[in-house]
Design a protein around this ligand. Structure first.
Ligand code: NAP
Length: 285
C-alpha cells in the first residue's frame, strides 16, 4: 500500500542579532501542535550587518515568512512591498510574510502587549493614565495600539527627548480621534502616579537603573517591563516595593507571536496555555 507524501512543513524563523536567547521557536512549536499546523521554526543570527542578505536568502530557499527582532525592525518595514497600517504608523515591523506578489510587513508587538494587559492581566486601559518609557522600535510599535484602547492620558518619555516628540507627533491625529491626551516628556519629569508604567526602553536589557522616578507609578498601579528573565527583575522589584502589580514581557512575547502565527497560517492560537508552558519551561531551565 502506498501512502500520499506529506507536504513539507512551511518554514519560518526569527532573524536578528543576537537571537540565541529567543523563545520564539518554543512558542511557535506549541502553537503548531495546538492548531495542527505543519510548520518548522528556527533561529537565524544574521550578524550585525547581514540582515537584508539573510532575509533574502531565507525567502529564496522557499521559506514562508519570518519574525524580526532587535535591532532590525525598522529595516524590516523598509524591505517589504506592502505594510499593514500598524507597521506603517510604527515605521517598524516584527513580522514578514513572503507573499509571491510582494512581501507583507506587519507589527504585532502592540496588539500583543494590549492583549497581555487587557486579557491576561485583566487591566482595562480605558480612562487610565499611562506612561510609556522608550521611543525605539518597541515603543513605536506599541503606541498606536495603546491609543486604540482609549486611555485618558498617554505620556511618552524617552532618554533622547527628540525621539519621544517625533513619535508623539506621528500619532497626534490618532490620539485626537481617540480622545486621548498625548504628550512627550523627559525621563526625569514624566509626571506622577500613572496607573500603568510600561518600560519599553532597553534599560533592563542593559542592566541600567529603573529609568523613571519612584513617584511615576501609582501604588495601586501596574508596571510592565517588556524584558523578561533575570534582566527584568530589578524593575519588577521596584514596582512591587511601590505596592503595585508587576508583570514581565513574556505575556506580550507570546501574544505578539500568536498574532504573527495568525497572519501566516490564518488561525489564531490560544496564548494563555502557551504562556503557562513557557513559564514552566523557563523555571526548569
Ligand atoms: P531599540 O529600538 O534599540 O530602542 C531602545 C530604547 O531604549 C530607546 O528608546 C532608547 O533611548 C532607550 N534606552 C536605551 N538604553 C537606555 C537606558 N539605559 N535608560 C533609558 N532608556 C534607554 O530597542 P527596542 O526594539 O525598542 O527594544 C526595547 C526593549 O523591549 C528590549 O529590551 C527588547 O528586548 C524589548 N522587547 C520585548 C518584546 C516582547 O515581546 N516582550 C518585544 C519587543 C521588544 P534613546 O532613544 O535615547 O536611544
Amino acid at each position: 500500500m502506498t501512502s500520499a507524501a506529506q507536504p513539507a512543513p512551511a518554514r519560518y524563523a526569527v532573524i536578528g542579532h543576537p537571537v540565541a536567547h529567543s523563545r520564539s521557536p518554543f512558542i511557535h512549536a506549541q502553537f503548531a501542535r495546538q492548531t495542527g499546523q505543519a510548520i518548522e521554526y528556527t533561529r537565524i543570527d544574521c550578524g550585525a550587518d547581514g540582515f537584508v542578505a539573510a532575509v533574502r536568502a531565507f525567502a529564496a530557499g522557499g521559506a514562508a515568512g519570518c519574525n524580526v527582532t532587535v535591532p532590525f525592525k525598522f529595516d524590516a518595514a523598509a524591505l517589504a512591498a506592502v505594510r499593514t497600517e500598524r507597521a506603517q504608523l510604527a515605521g517598524a515591523a516584527n513580522t514578514l510574510r513572503f507573499d509571491a506578489d510582494g512581501w507583507l510587513a506587519d507589527n504585532t508587538d502592540g496588539v500583543g502587549l494590549l492583549r497581555d494587559i487587557e486579557h491576561n492581566a485583566a487591566f482595562g486601559l480605558a480612562g487610565r493614565r499611562v506612561l510609556l518609557v522608550g521611543a525605539g522600535g518597541a515603543g513605536a510599535g506599541v503606541l498606536g495600539p495603546l491609543l486604540t484602547a482609549r486611555p485618558r492620558e498617554l505620556v511618552v518619555a524617552n532618554r533622547t527627548p527628540a525621539r519621544a516628540h517625533a513619535l508623539v507627533g506621528r500619532h497626534a491625529s490618532m490620539a485626537r480621534e481617540a480622545g486621548v491626551t498625548l504628550r512627550a516628556a523627559t525621563l526625569q519629569a514624566p509626571g506622577r502616579s500613572f496607573d500603568l508604567v510600561i518600560n519599553a526602553s532597553a534599560s533592563s536589557l542593559q542592566g541600567a537603573a529603573v529609568p523613571v522616578p519612584d513617584d511615576a507609578l501609582a501604588r495601586t498601579g501596574l508596571a510592565i517591563d517588556l524584558m523578561y528573565g533575570a534582566a527584568a527583575q530589578d524593575f519588577l522589584d521596584w514596582a512591587r516595593r511601590r505596592g503595585a502589580q508587576a508583570r514581565d514581557g513574556l505575556g506580550m512575547l507570546v501574544e505578539q507571536a500568536a498574532e504573527a502565527f495568525q497572519l501566516w497560517r490564518g488561525v489564531r492560537p490560544d496564548g494563555a496555555p502557551v504562556l503557562q508552558a513557557l513559564r514552566e519551561h523557563l523555571a526548569r531551565a
